[in-house]
Design a protein around this ligand. Structure first.
Ligand code: AHM
Ligand code: MG
Length: 344
């Protein structure tokens, strides 16, 4: 079986000019992931469940494991020398690695170190989401141009799911591959080669408790999913874990759509563009699926600030297109609500 390290180096050989720096960076991420995996697995025994007592930039209470995971990735990327700067859900400002800049580090990493952390105590899968960009400037400082790049500039998008087994799934724009962690040997092994999403799927995932706040386009789509039409396998089935990675991963394997829409009160929804929506969108597209904010392709959105939020409609292509059609027909005003909120 092919290990992640072998796979990364094989991929590198495809690009004659590759220096190996990107391979090192991905390897650094996988090492931090192994440590976080260990901590997540032992959380109930190690006294590291519960809240940390602090809040992050989003005003959300941080869990102890949020902080631990964030520190592991900062350590791995800081020591690894390939990452010039990191954007994390847990840090208000860009984390700049001065020593790595001095050593000409070429990459910027945006990361949600522990996504779905509200599920930590109940043993539901959680994960890490990461996006890797190439630096635009190669001077002594990090510029906003380096950190605010659209998804079309992405070099790599990936996630690690700490679930019934731990998996690392990533793409560099050449298909999506998944690696399962073998804890007895401490290595990730290629288990899911060239992952493709089924289209259409039969699963829809949305926090339906917020139904009354949803745009009419989303309400109509939910009703569409619930209609009786055996010729299109409807009614679909609903599955919502409340951990984006888990909901996305299941839909990637089975076929389906995940929606976190904007509402009038929160026009840009909840999820963050740079380290949640963009990397997942890149993976989705590379698996033959689609990701939008209900109107625009996620990868085309130019980020205005590092913790910007975006609505997310992601999954089997025809399902996302159906939901987009209802948004265009019944909720066109939401496009302006989102765009205004981006500037705020
Ligand atoms: P987090 O990054 O603070 O964990 O928040 C993101 C999570 C997603 O993983 C999940 O899909 C969503 O929040 C669930 O939100 P809600 O509880 O509003 O349905
Ligand atoms: Mg998250």
């Amino acid at each position: 079986m092919k290990t992640l390290v072998e796979f990364i180096w094989k991929q590198r050989e495809k690009f004659g000019h590759a220096t190996g720096e990107f391979s090192h960076l991905l390897n650094d991420i996988s090492i931090a992931a192994k440590i976080v995996n260990r901590d997540v697995n032992r959380a109930g025994l190690a006294g590291i469940l519960g809240t940390h007592g602090s809040t992050n930039v989003q005003g959300e209470s941080q869990k102890k494991l949020d902080v631990i995971a964030n520190n592991e990735f900062i350590k791995a990327l800081g020591n690894g020398k390939q990452c010039a700067a990191m954007i994390s859900e847990e840090n208000e400002d860009v984390i700049v690695f001065e020593d790595n800049i001095a050593a000409n580090a070429k990459y910027i990493v945006a990361i949600d170190p522990l996504d779905g952390s509200s599920n930590i105590e109940v043993n539901v899968p959680i994960g890490t989401i990461f996006a890797i960009y190439r630096r635009k400037s190669m001077g002594n400082t990090i510029t906003m141009e380096d950190v605010l790049q659209a998804g079309t500039e992405l070099v790599c998008g990936g996630y690690i799911i700490y679930g019934s087994s731990t998996m690392l799934v990533y793409t560099t724009g050449d298909g999506v591959n998944g690696f399962t962690y073998d804890p007895t040997c401490g290595i990730f092994l290629l288990s899911h080669e060239n992952m493709r999403i089924k289209d259409p799927g039969t699963i829809y995932s949305i926090n339906e408790a917020n139904y009354i706040y949803f745009p009419d386009g989303v309400k109509k789509y939910i009703k569409y999913c619930q209609e009786d039409d055996p010729s299109t396998n409807r009614p679909y089935t609903t599955r919502y874990i409340g951990s984006l990675i888990s909901d996305f991963h299941r839909n990637l394997l089975r076929g389906g759509i995940y929606i976190y829409p904007g509402t009038k009160k929160n026009p840009a929804g909840k999820l963050r563009l740079l380290y949640e929506c963009i990397p997942m969108a890149f993976i989705a597209e590379q698996a033959g699926a689609k990701a939008s904010d209900g109107f625009r392709r996620i990868l085309d959105i130019q980020p205005e600030h590092i913790h910007q939020r975006s609505p997310l409609f992601i999954g089997s292509r025809s399902m996302v297109e159906k939901a987009e059609a209802f948004m265009a027909e019944l909720s066109p005003e939401f496009f302006d609500f989102y765009s205004e909120s981006e500037k705020a």
